[in-house]
Design a protein around this ligand. Sequence first.
Ligand code: SIN
Length: 474
Amino acid sequence: MLPDYLSMFLADHDCLSVENPATGEVVAKVAIHTLPQIYAMIDKATSQGRAWAAWTARDRATVLKRWHSLIMDRKEELAAICTMECGKPFAESLGEIAYAASFVEWFAEEGKRTYGETIPTFAQGKRVLTFKQPVGTCAAITPWNFPLAMITRKVAPALAAGCAMLVKPAEATPLSALALESLAVEAGLPQGLFRIVCTEDPVSVGKLFCEHPQIRKLSFTGSTAVGKTLLAQAAGTVKRVSMELGGNAPFIIFDDADIDAAVEGFMLSKFRNAGQTCVCANRLLVHDSIREAVLERLLPLVRKLKVGPGNVQQTQVGPLINRYAVQKVVALVRDAVEQGAIVLEGGGLHPAGPQFFQPTVLDCVTAGMTIANTEIFGPVVSVISFKTEEEALRIANSTPYGLAAYFYSRDIGRIWRVMEGLEYGMVAVNEGALSTEVAPFGGVKESGLGREGSHYGIEEYLEVKYSLIGGLAA
Ligand code: SIN
């Protein structure tokens, strides 16, 4: 049952069918926007954005804080929608609502601190200063794996900075996005300033966002392949871009680590959203001398995981998003086994339904295998052994990705060496989860450009203007 405020977005024809990945059932049909409608939305957002930019930061913050409160007040309802369309366990959906809301609250405050500078002058009678201005109308393309948080992480800083924003959510998860738009309007956000664009033609809409001259900034979260296409398309209008792309996180357990803590941290990292996150552990690198000890602790925990629909209370691992995701995981596991990996647990489809995959542990994976060089996006653990710190670092850095990395060690010298040596935008030491609104989220190498969250996140939506004032000599 959908809340009333979503009924205005539903339609019987020219619509997107939203499926529950746990059952395959169509749970809603959402009206799609035509290209002329999207052009009109861009025009309206641009004119509303000019007015919004003239509001004081404090007044903008008041609206954003009301939006934050409404999201938190409706957290159960939003979590149910999130679980219904993306499949994650309800408890994880509740966590996502709080995570999504945290960006709104954070940037409501950060909007008040977008300071300029006065710079010591280079000549008598002249003064040098800078101030910050909103970049203008922005567009975002967001994924299905965090259908709320990946929107607020972009929209909240944009709005706080004084920009307008259009968002194209993933075709699989428009309901969470539309719910956010409704609550923003209920909170007092001017109509048309933040709009969700629903389409069954994401390629054309992505191209339109990249090429439209009124859109001054594009923020994308998704695959590296699509990110590269968008980057090339955005070059024509020299658009500002932020790209949060694919990852291939190494999770390294050194021989001096607290093994129990490391395995606990690994489970947290690996199985969040059934392994469908950009920052989840993709490769488990274990020192040879503790491999048996790690597996002894890991295997019973993996066996105990409860797989099922996200709305069933005990569920810890939900379905994969669609049949293509399942086919990809099946093919990666098959290929790894053909190349010598050994299945210690799972390895195939789960009886809960056609989109469920068994929590799987593969041993004897090597750095050259496809599974070690591909973002798995499924509940599969690939164990790779190493003998030295140098070898661990070399394997960890050996892919084009550089989003998140994790390692466990108790040796302070090693902690600094490895922390500095990992070619990643984010490194967690003795921790299995690092996402928070207060810290900069983003990658290096082919994992992306720019940072989201933290005080850095709002800079992505601001231009620095330099002003020179002359004629001041007496
Ligand atoms: C992602 O998978 O892209 C986001 C994960 C997070 O914010 O923790």
